[in-house]
Design a protein around this ligand. Structure first.
Ligand SMILES: [Zn+2]
Length: 191
């Protein structure tokens, strides 16, 4: 069973590699999905103030376009996920809004990242069936973050020139601003 130890984090360069398309949804792919769900929940169980919202396969060092997203962001007791194989944003809609975002592969750092607040997504489900989703609000943000992972983009890459956008999660669950020059720009872990 996969655990939080299987999650790779920056500065691992694999996080900036593009993932490949999944052809047929084999038992191996289904096993990978199970590992992704288990690792996300194990990570969540190790954190006091965070929810494991979603994961992309590359975060387990598997370069495939597979994403799992929690079905209920507001209820930690709901430990179920939806699975998206080869997900793609087909349309960006609404407006660009900035909000806080974190990542299981970027421990303790949060950023205010601009994202569209509505996107249309096309993907396949675990049966290989084509699905289309219109996502709004936080779910739209999650899709953009996870689909970025399949392209080798980490959320910090969107805000690397924004000194005000970086925060650290403190032990008490509150966010504090980071010193951009010291903790961000010249932090060899991030870049
Ligand atoms: Zn992430």
């Amino acid at each position: 069973m996969a655990s939080l130890k299987d999650i790779i984090a920056l500065p691992n360069k694999h996080l900036r590699q593009r993932s490949g398309k999944v052809g047929i949804v084999t038992d191996e792919v289904k096993g990978l999905v199970k590992d992704m769900e288990d690792a996300t929940l194990d990570w969540e169980d190790s954190r006091n103030h965070e929810i494991g919202v979603a994961l992309a396969a590359i975060q387990l060092d598997k370069p495939f376009k597979v994403v799992v997203i929690r079905n209920d962001f507001d209820n930690k007791d709901d430990r179920t996920f939806s699975v998206f194989i080869n997900p793609e944003v087909t349309k960006y809609e609404g407006e660009v809004v900035e909000d806080f975002e974190g990542c299981l592969s970027v421990p303790d750092i949060y950023g205010q990242v601009p994202r569209y607040n509505k996107v249309r997504v096309k993907a396949q489900d675990l049966n290989g069936k084509q699905i289309r989703v219109t996502a709004e609000g936080f779910l739209a943000r999650v899709f953009q973050h996870e689909i970025d992972h399949t392209k080798g983009i980490v959320f910090v890459d969107h805000i690397k020139d924004k000194p005000e956008a970086f925060f650290r999660l403190k032990a008490d669950g509150k966010l504090e601003s980071l010193d951009y020059e010291k903790d961000v720009k010249s932090n060899p872990i991030l870049w």
